[in-house]
Design a protein around this ligand. Structure first.
Ligand SMILES: Nc1nc2c(ncn2[C@@H]2O[C@H](COP(=O)(O)OP(=O)(O)OP(=O)(O)O)[C@@H](O)[C@H]2O)c(=O)[nH]1
Ligand SMILES: [Mg+2]
Length: 199
């Protein structure tokens, strides 16, 4: 009886959990973006002021409950070389580009290409964010998109979207997460939620 009730309780209360890996060069705005997403999508969460965010050493984690599921975010410091160890466990990737930094766009694209070529990320939804759209001289999404779509054969058969965003003002932040939630749910047959994997 206890098992039955516990099973029912778990069925009602427990949310399917998915992991989203946030990648991009150092200074791209990954941590600022995660804070903006948590602030926009979590009731009563005030968030850390952007000016208080410092460069990430190691891993910063965050969670958002949305659309009946739980998203666990892994925000790695841009210089961390350990990202590959998270690939197998990730259900989606958010790749953040600093649209105001033309000098480092090629470097960012190189890292991106290496990442999407990885076998363990095949078929995983990919959201590319052209961040810092609030900066007047930045590259717009029309400029960033063709750069990151160049190697379409590597992107392969997966949901992929390039969106403009400003992590600082919050503009476009929730639209991206909502798009990703739909993709993750659709893709769950290929990469099931964490808590359901053993069954
Ligand atoms: N103007 C503007 N600045 C931004 C935006 N997003 C982030 N920044 C700034 O960019 C700098 C780096 O932001 P972080 O969020 O620390 O970047 P990160 O990618 O987490 O960097 P690492 O942790 O070093 O990998 C900070 O000064 C932020 O305030 C944005 O949308 N617009
Ligand atoms: Mg950071």
């Amino acid at each position: 009886m206890y098992t039955l009730l516990y099973g029912f309780y778990k069925y009602v209360v427990q949310k399917d959990e998915f992991c989203v890996l946030i990648l991009g060069l150092d200074n791209a705005g990954k941590t600022t973006y995660l804070e903006a997403a948590k602030t926009k999508l979590t009731k009563n969460y005030k968030g850390i002021h952007p000016s208080k965010i410092t460069t990430t050493v190691g891993l910063n984690i965050g969670k958002i409950d949305i659309g009946g599921i739980r998203l666990n975010f892994w925000d790695l410091g841009g210089t961390e070389r350990v990202a590959v160890f998270y690939y197998e466990e990730s259900h989606a990737i958010i790749y953040i580009v600093d649209s105001s930094d033309r000098d480092r766009i090629d470097e960012s694209k190189e890292i991106f290409d290496k990442m999407i070529a990885s076998e363990s990320l095949q078929g995983i939804p990919l959201l590319v964010l052209a961040n810092k759209q609030d900066i007047p001289e930045c590259m717009g999404v029309r400029e960033v998109k063709p750069i990151f779509n160049k190697n379409a054969h590597l992107i392969g058969k997966r949901d992929c979207m390039v969106m403009p965003v400003s992590a600082l003002t919050g503009e476009g932040v929730d639209e991206g997460i909502r798009w990703l939630v739909d993709c993750i749910k659709r893709n769950a047959y290929l990469r099931p939620p964490r808590n359901n994997q053993e069954s």
